[in-house]
Design a protein around this ligand. Structure first.
Ligand code: SAM
Length: 281
């Protein structure tokens, strides 16, 4: 008998991966967590049936959530990751030796513990001495904080369930206050392709651009997310990711990356016409 994992990308479009073994399934207080082994994507895990991370394309997401901001302002010292329970974003951050403080606030400790067991590829740097883990709601954690981080990375689930508030205007306002004077906010920005995701993309962008003087969107290719065309938001108090970008400053870090590079840094902000139009609406 064949076992397949299937995710509904729309009501009439399914995405399926043949599963070798279903290795873990638990209900946490927040969501259903499942881990699978597969031929094509290696180990992968889902939350409430939606693909989060797999061994084959995680490098795309984690490179792009981390290095674009780190290259725009090479003087970032204090970073907060909200969500990100698999540890992949923290892993990329720990490669910057000059970072002083990496806080991660994840609502669901069970996600972190399961990733430590089944996904060492992403979770292995959560023990770095600069990393502090907080198991609480990112919304409550950030509320009332002022001038404590140079960079906030929102590595969240979609805007349903516990991740919903991480797409709200109140949350973006709290992030603005928690950031230092040159602060940058990167957030999971959904996808422009299928209407149900595009709606969230537009809502998120319209809220952020009211709050931050610089508000851009950049794209990357994520094979296992709906349509494969995915976006992050880049919001900043001062730095423009293209005009203020100095490739040689980032190259001096000497990091070997599999997806991100300094040509792509500029290119990823060049959006297709249909996406530009949607963001202007
Ligand atoms: N890269 C993945 C993606 O976009 O599909 C998701 C990364 S990570 C697994 C997302 C994490 O955000 C989950 O572990 C979830 O528990 C966490 N999360 C959701 N809502 C949260 C909240 N309000 N505060 C903190 N963490 C939250």
């Amino acid at each position: 008998m064949e076992l397949w994992y299937t995710e509904k990308h729309t009501d009439t479009v399914d995405f399926s991966i043949k599963v070798k073994k279903h290795i873990y399934s638990e209900e946490s207080p927040f969501q259903t967590i499942d881990f699978f082994e597969s031929e094509e994507f290696g180990t992968f895990f889902t939350l409430d049936g939606l693909m989060m991370v797999n061994e084959k394309d995680e490098f795309v997401y984690h490179d792009m959530i981390t290095h674009v901001a780190m290259a725009t302002n090479p003087n970032i010292k204090r970073v907060l990751v909200i969500g990100g329970g698999d540890g992949g974003t923290v892993r990329e951050l720990t490669r910057y030796k000059h970072l002083e403080k990496i806080d991660m606030v994840e609502i669901d400790e069970m996600v972190v513990r399961a990733c430590e067991k089944f996904l060492p590829l992403t979770s292995s740097k959560l023990t770095d001495p600069r990393v502090t883990l907080y198991f609480e709601d990112g919304l409550a954690f950030i509320h009332g904080k002022e001038n404590v981080y140079d960079l906030i990375l929102v590595d969240s689930t979609d805007p349903i369930g516990p991740g919903e508030g991480l797409f709200s205007e109140a949350f973006y306002n709290d992030c603005y206050a928690a950031l230092s004077e040159n602060g940058i906010l990167i957030n999971q920005h959904e996808s422009p392709y299928y209407p149900n995701y595009a709606r969230e993309m537009k809502r998120s962008h319209s809220k952020i651009k009211k709050i931050f003087p610089i508000s851009k969107v950049y794209q990357f290719h994520m094979p296992t997310y709906p349509s494969g065309h995915w976006l992050f938001g880049f919001a900043s108090k001062t730095f423009d990711p293209v005009k203020d970008f100095n490739p040689s400053a980032w190259e001096a870090f000497g990091l070997d990356t599999k997806y991100y590079n300094t040509d792509l840094h500029t290119g990823c902000f060049a959006l297709p016409t249909f996406v530009k139009k949607m963001l202007e609406e």
